[in-house]
Every structure is written in structure tokens, then in C-alpha cells.
Design a protein around this ligand. Structure first.
Ligand code: SIN
Length: 314
């Protein structure tokens, strides 16, 4: 195989574009170290809140034949735990790619507090602000509130000078792609991550005539095969609307080299893997890389840059 998967993202060079999606295999130091030692090009922490959270009651994840439904409720070890991990990592690997640091405050005030602490810290890597967790009862997703999104970014960029991306929920209407892109284009964002799970789906088990997860009477975020077309649409919609300086990370339904190729063709630069990583484990990255290289070899592409974003219209 001759194709190279090397990917430049925010002045860093990654061996390949694959990462975990925040929330999958990144809760503990042990899991994060598994990612470090895996074939993933990069990795990201579980979205942190100020204090450790147990998350929602179990069962809170269920695999279906076409993907998954989850309502984890942001279980995490707390902000300081992950800040220590990423800053230690940076110290030990001065020339390496440090993990992305995901944060998800429960309010504007908490997001400002978390980002202020990152700004004041030694961490120089990439921060992802999660505006799209659908699973915390009583806390609607910021990404669906356009005014709150703009206010949040206005406040954040008054003081935040390090590379920052946002994790977005999926949008389903051209009007919403336009409104959101107009807002995002006002800010020096490093990237947008499209998409988080499709919020508040419901999966029914006909045998038991029941829902399959406990929180929120069975409502939860949908991932996997179900969401790939929506994820591709969001990657494409934002790739074609955002200033070229704002990169797009593609997340949603990536479980084969072909899925990865499609995301890249729509304009993604990095690729995050959620459900497939949860189901297959850390070896998924090796397989995805091999399959993506095979497709590129067949098509005669030596690098991703030769086809990224070049989706044809009819
Ligand atoms: C969760 O912890 O509920 C999932 C995280 C997310 O969707 O952002």
C-alpha cells in the first residue's frame, strides 16, 4: 500500500486522521493510555465538568443492529483529573501531539470557569467545548439555542487564546446550517466537530415491550449506522459554509474505511469513531486505516489532500 494517511491539523502532523469520539474509551487514565498506545492518530478525553460525575443510572448504553442508543449523562472524573493528564502528557512528549481536552460545563458560567482555567494552565493543546450533550436531564443542548451559542462564544473569545473547537449537535435544515455558520464564522474557532449523537431517539424491544436504557424513560442519543447520512450532511454543510480557517472534524457512523473516505470527501480533516470503537475496541483503528488505504490505493490517491472536500454534485 502506498497511500499515506498523514494529516495536518492546526499546525500539527498526525500519522492518520482517526481519533476516538469523546465519551468512548476515554474516561480513565488507563483508557486514555490505551488510546495513546493504539493506532489512532490522535485522541480526546471524556468531556469534563468541574466535579466528578457518576452520570445517569444504568443500563445507559445499548447496541442495536444499526448502531447504538446511549444516555450516559456525562460521567467523568472531573476537570482537574483530565487537566493533569493532558499537561503531564505534554511535558513528557514535548514534540508529540497532545490529546485534545474536551469540556462540557452545565452552564455558561461553568464553561467560562473551565475555559479560564485552561487558559491559565500550561496546557497548549487543543480544547473542545462540547455544546451538544443531549443526555443531562433538564439541560437542553446549547447548540440548538443560537443566541446562547453566540453569547457563549462571545464571552469565551474575550479571554481564550488557545486553539478551541466546538462539538455540535446535528442540524436538519438549511436555515439552521446558515444561521449556525454565520455565528461560527464570527469567531477565531479552530474547528467544528460534526456531529454529536442524534439526541433523544427511542429504541423499543418488541420482546419485552420495553425501552432498552433506563435514563429519561429510554430516550437517548443515537449513534452508528443510523446517523452517517446526517453526519455527512453536517460535515458538508459546514465545510462549504465556514471560513477555510475553521476545520471540520467528522464524527458519526464511521465503522469502515469507506465511511471514513466519505467523511473526508465531504470535507472532514480529522475523523472520530464512537459506536464502532465501543463495539470493536481499540483494534478498530488499525482496521480502519487499512481499509481507507485500500480504497485510496484503488483510486490512485497518494494523500488525503488529493480528494478532501472534493465531493461531486450532479
Ligand atoms: C453523555 O455523556 O451523555 C454523552 C456525551 C455527549 O453526548 O456529549
Amino acid at each position: 500500500m502506498v497511500a499515506s494517511l498523514e494529516t495536518k491539523f492546526l499546525n500539527q502532523c498526525y500519522e492518520n486522521p482517526f481519533m476516538n469520539a469523546s465519551g468512548v474509551h476515554c474516561l480513565t487514565v488507563e483508557e486514555l493510555n490505551d488510546l495513546k498506545d493504539s493506532q489512532a492518530g490522535g485522541f480526546i478525553t471524556k468531556s469534563a465538568t468541574t466535579l466528578e460525575r457518576a452520570g445517569n443510572p444504568e443500563p445507559r448504553y445499548f447496541a442495536t443492529s444499526l448502531g447504538s442508543i446511549n444516555s450516559m449523562g456525562l460521567p467523568n472524573k472531573g476537570f482537574e483529573y483530565y487537566l493533569e493528564y493532558v499537561t503531564n502528557y505534554q511535558e513528557k512528549h514535548p514534540n508529540g501531539n497532545v490529546p485534545f481536552f474536551s469540556v462540557a460545563g452545565m452552564s455558561l458560567k461553568e464553561n467560562i470557569k473551565l475555559l479560564s482555567a485552561i487558559q491559565a494552565s500550561a496546557f497548549e493543546g487543543v480544547t473542545e467545548l462540547n455544546l451538544s450533550c443531549p443526555n443531562v436531564p433538564g439541560k437542553p443542548q446549547v447548540g440548538y439555542d443560537f443566541e446562547m451559542t453566540e453569547e457563549t462564544l462571545n464571552r469565551v473569545f474575550q479571554f481564550f487564546k488557545k486553539p478551541l473547537g466546538v462539538k455540535l449537535p446535528p442540524y436538519f435544515d438549511f436555515a439552521h446550517f446558515d444561521i449556525m455558520a454565520n455565528i461560527l464564522n464570527k469567531f477565531p474557532l479552530a474547528y467544528v466537530n460534526c456531529v454529536n449523537s442524534i439526541g433523544n431517539g427511542l429504541y423499543v424491544d418488541v420482546e419485552t415491550q420495553s425501552v432498552v436504557i433506563k435514563p429519561k424513560n429510554g430516550f437517548g442519543g443515537i449513534g452508528g449506522d443510523y446517523i452517517k447520512p446526517t453526519a455527512l450532511a453536517n460535515v458538508r454543510a459546514f465545510y462549504t459554509r465556514l471560513n477555510p480557517s475553521i476545520k471540520v472534524i467528522g464524527t458519526g457512523g464511521i465503522k469502515s474505511g469507506q465511511d471514513a473516505f466519505e467523511h473526508l470527501l465531504c470535507g472532514a480533516t480529522m475523523l472520530q469513531v464512537g459506536t464502532a470503537l465501543y463495539e470493536e475496541g481499540i483494534s478498530v483503528f488499525e482496521r480502519l486505516e487499512m481499509e481507507l488505504k485500500e480504497i485510496m490505493d484503488k483510486k490512485g490517491y497518494k494523500s488525503i489532500d488529493e480528494f478532501r472536500g472534493k465531493l461531486q454534485s450532479l
